[in-house]
Design a protein around this ligand. Structure first.
Ligand code: NDP
Ligand code: HSE
Length: 437
């Protein structure tokens, strides 16, 4: 079985190392040895340390390598949309099998890859694209195909989980925690994709597509990052027995006419400390799947890093290689349900709102009236003196309101109206709440 490896960076170099170290076992498991036909990189002269590989295998001609007749499987660990899309479409149309870790491409244009795989008859596997080492996509696309998944809730970005965990543990602000994440090598020099939620949104799209048999792309995902989360938000969450996590949530629902829909969103949210995702700390990932017959399932592990990600890549390489030797391919993309994706405004969620209000008669009634006008039901109200000082009527008071479930648009409109009230000095924080309180 001959492999074309596209990319030899953090993940690719670990793929090379594991292919070398486990050559005997991999050959025994597949029924044929795995050989590297070539490795496409951008810089031929780059120092690659003591990588256990013949240096003459490196090339900058990725397309030429893919087109070679002696290549059976193309492994893409370069990343980005182009030229990766062109390479993989070419490989798949030519009947080669493809293993990729490229979540950005799958979320942007997974359809082009699936269509090319169907045309060429090879396999398209991408376990490493979501949650690194965690076996998650194979369970969704195989083990759970006899069940009906209702909801997937996950922490799928290690960098942001590290930052939020640090803020929770030390009381640090976002900027300080990001600095620590960068120093320790968790955050990249340009952390935008992670902290603004783009990386998690791409993964959310891939998870939702598999869970709901529907093509969901990055553009369908409502996305908010963690840059606005403050130390005060984290303290507020703590006071409620909660912690803040960047969640990806993909859920079935129904529109006003009762037609089935899906909603897919990524945003920071408060979850109670008793929630299974609350204890996922450091840069770890975890995904909580709720299926009709199976009930709740939890997947946990390392979502990033060279070796963990290479583990998932090699698992796919073994699977597609076995298929090729047996002359079969795995089931093709399952998108038969084709459910409409509901806009964020219709997603059902709950809000935790901290207000700084004037402390005088009638204020609570006025605030409650705003919620009522938008048909948002209040679950709990907590009032204390402004700044947490000694009890007693002063000029201002802190008001913390947690709502029942309501459409996101109604909650957002409530907050907008609150901001316009004279008696509301400021809306100190607005956070969504998931997982019950
Ligand atoms: P790196 O940046 O470390 O490596 C990228 C590799 O691609 C390098 O070897 C680079 O060559 C090569 N490359 C870049 N552009 C070209 C080009 N035009 N032609 C040929 N080769 C090119 O990326 P990672 O290993 O971190 O990530 C690879 C993929 O895996 C991405 O899709 C990423 O999202 C995904 N992934 C990464 C994880 C991680 O923890 N790193 C976790 C999960 C998924 P050169 O070496 O010469 O610079
Ligand atoms: N930047 C990603 C993370 C890498 O922090 O989780 C894994 O996709």
């Amino acid at each position: 079985m001959r492999l074309a490896l596209l990319g030899c960076g953090t993940v690719g170099s670990e793929v090379v190392r594991l292919l070398h170290e486990q050559a005997g076992d991999l050959a025994a498991r597949i029924g044929a040895p795995l050989e590297i036909a070539g490795i496409a990189v951008r810089r031929l002269g780059r120092d690659r340390g003591d990588l256990p590989v013949d240096p003459t295998l490196f090339t900058t001609d990725a397309l030429g390598l893919i087109k070679r007749d002696d290549v059976d499987v193309v492994v893409e660990v370069v990343g980005g949309i182009e030229p990766a899309r062109g390479w993989l479409v070419e490989a798949l149309r030519a009947g080669k099998s493809v293993v990729t870790a490229n979540k950005a491409l799958l979320a942007e244009d997974g359809a082009a890859l699936h269509d090319a795989a169907a045309e060429g008859g090879g396999d398209l596997y991408y376990e490493a694209s979501v949650a690194g080492a965690i076996p998650l996509l194979r369970p969704l696309r195989e083990s759970l195909h006899g069940d009906r998944i209702n909801r997937v809730t996950g922490i799928v970005n290690g960098t942001t989980n590290f930052i939020l965990s640090a803020m929770d543990a030390t009381g640090a602000g976002f900027a300080e925690a990001l600095e620590e994440a960068t120093e320790l090598g968790y955050a990249e020099a340009d952390p935008t994709a992670d902290v603004e939620g783009f990386d998690a949104a791409a993964k959310a799209a891939i998870l939702a597509s598999l869970a709901f048999h529907t093509r969901v792309g990055a553009a369908d995902v409502h996305r908010e990052g963690i840059t606005e989360v403050t130390a005060a938000d984290v303290a507020s969450a703590k006071a409620m027995g909660c912690t803040i996590k960047l969640l990806c949530i993909a859920a079935r629902g129904a529109d006003a006419a009762g037609r089935e829909t899906v909603s897919v969103r990524v945003h920071p949210a408060m979850i109670p400390l008793g929630h299974p995702l609350a204890s996922v700390g450091d840069a770890f990932n975890a995904v909580f799947v709720e299926a009709e017959a199976a009930g709740p399932l939890m997947f946990y592990g390392r979502g990033a890093g060279g070796a963990p990600t290479a583990s998932a890549v090699l698992g796919d390489v073994v699977a597609v290689s076995r298929n090729r030797l047996a002359g079969v391919r795995s089931a093709s993309e399952s998108a038969y349900a084709d459910l409409p994706v509901r806009p964020m405004g219709e997603a059902l969620t709950r809000y935790h709102i901290s207000l700084d209000v004037a402390d005088r008669p009638g204020v609570l009634e006025a605030v409650a009236g705003v919620f009522a006008r938008h048909d948002v039901s209040i679950a709990t109200v907590r009032q204390g003196p402004a700044g947490g000082g000694p009890a007693g009527r002063g000029e201002d008071a802190d008001l913390v309101i947690v709502t029942h479930v309501a459409p996101d648009a109604a909650l957002a409109a409530t907050v907008r109206e609150l901001r316009g009230l004279d008696i509301v000095r400021s809306v100190a924080s607005v956070l969504r709440v998931e997982g019950g309180l």
